[in-house]
Design a protein around this ligand. Structure first.
Ligand SMILES: [Zn+2]
Length: 119
């Protein structure tokens, strides 16, 4: 191991600075995109991908309703009954966390003719 108090601390500090800068930038990008088209993206239906924030394992699914409802459904499965959601089961089995929708759910493909909101 190298002299720990000198160079190591310096690198560590720099990594932390870069990380916090990245976080600031990411939240700025998120803030901007949420105020444009990002917001109504999840009100549509289609194919989605659920990615585990902890290990990156992905599950593809499809919904005829809006993505937000489907996300909330998976979240309910995660808390209650994981037999109907492979994604929820994975999180429970591996003690991985259920992240916010922006971290967990990605739209793969929108349905061509989205069904009306009321169902
Ligand atoms: Zn995982």
């Amino acid at each position: 191991m190298l002299n720990a108090d000198g160079s190591f601390n310096c690198i560590q500090e720099r990594i932390q600075t870069i990380t916090s800068l990245e976080k600031t930038f990411q939240s700025l990008v998120l803030f901007l995109s949420f105020n444009t088209h990002h917001q109504d993206k999840f009100t549509q239906s289609g194919f989605y991908k659920l990615t585990c924030p902890d290990c990156g394992k992905a599950y593809i699914g499809q919904t005829g309703r809006d993505f937000t409802s489907r996300y909330n459904e998976h979240k309910r499965f995660f808390r209650n009954d994981t037999s109907t959601s492979k994604f929820a089961k994975h999180l429970n089995d591996h003690l991985h966390v259920f992240g916010p929708i922006k971290d967990v759910m990605q739209v793969v493909q929108f349905h061509k003719n989205p069904k009306p909101e009321h169902h």
